[in-house]
Design a protein around this ligand. Sequence first.
Ligand code: HEM
Length: 475
Amino acid sequence: MMKGGELLCVLLMAGFVVLLILVLNHLLPLLLNHGVAPGGNFGWPFFGETLRFLIPHASYTLGRFLEDHCARYGKVFKSHLFCTPTIVSCDQELNHFILQNEEKLFQCSYPRPIHGILGKSSMIVVVGDTHRKLRSLALTLLTTTKSRTGYLIDIDRIALEVIAAWNDKQRIFLCEEARKFTFRVIVKQVLGMSHGESQTERILEDFLTFMKGLISFPLYIPGTSYAKAVQARARISFTVKNILVMRQNGGDSSKKGDFLDELLSASNLSEEEKVSFVLDALLGGYETTSLLISMAVYFLGQCPSALEQLKSEHETIRANKKEECLTSEDYRKMEFTQHVINETLRCGNIVKFVHRKALKDVRYKDYLIPCGWKVLPVFSAAHLDSSLYKNPHEFDPWRWKVQNQTSSKRFTPFGGGPRLCPGSELAKVEAAFFLHYMVLNFRWKVDCEDIPMAYPYVEFQRQLPLQIIPTSSTY
Ligand code: HEM
């Protein structure tokens, strides 16, 4: 039994520990930086305001947390998120400044558990020279792939294959169908493999486990989604390694000169980096692009006149075609489709923010961003800002007709600066081709209410169920 004096001693020590945590967590950063960081609130010890920041909301809104904080503290404020003192920026100028000063003043800094899943050589987590080396290879490979004759034909055929399979169905889950499509495209583009090959199916199965783990609580205990994801990654690595070895030993001569061939000849990459590179491309090119497609269909459902105009654009393209497959010339004619895609990216906010940290004390206008703090440029804030877009909550593809805003600071669905998404063009082509076959061959109605929710990763909870009716068949 503990005596009164001992109990008091234990209580005092516990009190001291709590006090120490509070000081380290909240006051120390302030004291070290003389309290001149922007206004804001650190919230609870350790978790800070993370739980409030992560409260799910429709992805075409900013969410209560950011709305309240911006109203209270302005577009730039401090908080305590992901266990780190953080500057949140909802200001397009500061966002641009952060992205452009990658590696000089700021650096990509994703939470530790993400490293555990993606692996230490993933392009998304590496920095400095390793990032530059991998990125330059990514750009070379994407350019090589794009110049391949079969590039557009593959995307066209896969879109058709997925959509033609709807003919005997009355109801589909669009998110699943879009995922099927983007997965088949990226596996074809990167590994040169087609749907139905046993290795493709194995990768897909492991990939689904991997994706679940990416968005799970990062606890490595056997049986948890996180642990399963880390194991799934190891299995995918193993499969990819085998594919690389097979290709190195001769493989299929019809695939010479494709993405994988180029990757194998990159002598400055280790085996681990090559495998990681393939995983990055699969990961980057799969879920985001399928969401773009699902969201375009969702927003078109809210705007029948846009759907009509889109349909008419694709009917005209099809009417004037000689060959079956869509070509780069057809793609160039998809002007309104591009407006729909841009507006979907603006309203849908597939990537709401990215993770950075300050490499030194950074003074920007009136703010001090203290060295070592996390910095979150929130892209959706600019996309939904009424001073930048008239009626920002309205899905209005025609706004993109007036001026080309795609390269401006205010429109950053693919990030910016030295980490600008290398797959943006591929994603847009995929969405355009999928929409082409969908609008020409089907009418649809959303089966039950389902909206894109930001968790902050974006998801349709019901997978966007659609009732579909085939129209005149053009395939
Ligand atoms: C609608 C579809 C897509 C969206 C919204 C999107 C968005 C983004 C964003 C915002 C970043 C920057 C991350 C950061 O700065 O920390 C990024 C990077 C990246 N994306 Fe995409 N992406 C899409 C499609 C793709 C595709 C199709 C691929 C693969 C071919 C891809 C591969 C990558 C890679 C490898 C990076 C890392 C680049 C680097 O760190 O240098 N993405 N993407």
